[in-house]
Design a protein around this ligand. Structure first.
Ligand code: GDP
Ligand code: MG
Length: 255
């Protein structure tokens, strides 16, 4: 079981998402609602070191870029702009599958500070899947112009992950973001992502399913989140789990 769970993340990155990362390269996923400045931040960080294509088997654009900061090389993957991760569209499915099954080292969620409530929907869904999240509050200049003030410290405490104010168009906030990425990779930042606890009956069922899932796919993926989706009756997730099990047995044979 140890072997299979260790190999699952990397082989999935290659086989499911056709993403080739160099050994030692850290993978960062960039998520966000449409029009939040995702491409602007992506360009700021990666400059000319980027290329675009399509997600395998989908007509959705995939942009990847690389950058270096301090001791590390990074591969930044620009996910499609989405309001949610419930897989109601191909874009949502791609973003969700990558965050869950691609096992990025960090997921950045970029949000529009002028309509935080709407943007927090996606933030909370990402926090359900992964611990290593950084929230960027972009368009702070627009928020200021509209007289909106945000209590960053309180938001940070409530969400349990770093929150960074930004004006991506002017490159403001990039340095703090890079330093936060660096610290998160070095495990100098401990997050406590905000997550819902359900009623006892539901939690018991989740635990039962989770035990079975752990036996099947190991510990590397978020089996709690997967169990919740299975209770939802999410057929797409079932298909992806099937793929992983197939993938795992392939890598076992190779070994
Ligand atoms: N005022 C302001 N505009 C921004 C900022 N960041 C990005 N934009 C603009 O917002 C628009 C959408 O940005 P884009 O990066 O394409 O967003 P995406 O859809 O999330 O990829 C563009 O016109 C950007 O120039 C910012 O911090 N402040
Ligand atoms: Mg864009």
């Amino acid at each position: 079981m140890g072997l299979t769970s260790q190999s699952s993340g990397f082989s999935l990155l290659k086989e499911k998402f056709e993403i080739q990362k160099k050994p030692n390269q850290k993978v960062i996923a960039l998520a966000g609602n449409p029009n939040t400045g995702k491409s602007t931040l992506f360009n700021n960080l990666t400059g000319l070191n980027q290329h675009t294509g399509n997600w395998p088997g989908k007509t959705v654009t995939n942009a990847q870029g690389t950058f270096k900061y301090k001791d590390n090389d990074y591969l930044l993957v620009d996910l499609p702009g989405t309001y949610s991760l419930l897989a109601n569209s191909v874009e949502e499915e791609v973003a969700r599958d990558f965050i869950c099954f691609g096992n990025p080292d960090i997921t950045i969620v970029i949000s529009d500070s002028t309509c935080l409530e709407r943007n927090l929907n996606l933030v909370l869904q990402v926090l359900e899947i992964t611990d290593n999240v950084i929230v960027c509050l972009n368009l702070m200049d627009e928020a200021k112009r509209k007289g909106i003030t945000i209590n960053i410290k309180k938001l940070k405490e409530k969400l349990g992950v770093p929150v960074i104010p930004m004006v991506a168009r002017d490159g403001k906030g990039s340095k703090e973001l890079l330093d936060t990425i660096d610290k998160m990779i070095k495990k100098e930042i401990k997050t406590t992502p905000y997550r819902l606890t359900y009623n006892k009956k539901t939690e018991n069922i989740v635990n039962e399913i989770e035990k079975k899932l752990k036996n099947l796919i190991g510990n590397k993926l978020n089996t709690r989140w997967l169990s919740l989706r299975l209770i939802d009756g999410d057929k797409q997730i079932l298909k992806s789990i099937d793929e992983i099990v197939k993938n795992n047995s392939l890598s076992k044979e190779e070994i």
